[in-house]
Design a protein around this ligand. Sequence first.
Ligand code: C5P
Length: 201
Amino acid sequence: MAFTIAIDGPAAAGKGTISRAVAAHFGFAHLDTGLLYRAVGCRMLEGVDPVEAAQSLTQTDLDRKDLRGAEAAQAASKVATIPEVRAALLDFQRAFARRAGGAVLDGRDIGTVICPEAEAKLFVTASPEVRARRRYAELSSSGSNMSFAEVLQDVHERDARDRDRSTAPLRCADDAVLIDTSAMDIGAAIEAAIAAIDARG
Ligand code: C5P
């Protein structure tokens, strides 16, 4: 049986952690679609044409160790504005979404473009300051020496690029449940997500 859970939202809102927990709870497969754009962004930084990179993405590209860094994130949000890049990644995401046994996909346009028919949709958000604080803690613990101000600027820049692009801009689907995690710890956010999905199922 196919059952798709679409989880969208801006950078560092807690989507990744919530998506992994939701997938584990329901026994579903999980796809972090941001990794696809990050992998294309990293190839672009190496001089490869982003459309060609998206059309020929391999598992090796997705296993790179530098995908989680801030440079990859900025490059990802740039290649993500190119319609041909998004088109090249569409079929893979849709096939993943409809796999037997259920799937959780997290990203920016899952509930609006990739899986408008998803059985459950969440939009996870938090204030830019809260998201930057979380991202700063994450980056610091992995050895980055970016300042809080730089991380906040990165969050603002990516938000603007994701919201203002003409193809598949970041927005809450009309039928998505909105979860604002600004004042929640991660345990409460996961509980809220599972409760919202149970209510749909
Ligand atoms: O989610 P993550 O921060 O890893 O995504 C990196 C970038 O990839 C985002 O800022 C966004 O521009 C892009 N992205 C997207 N659509 C998705 C997932 C990510 O445009 N479904």
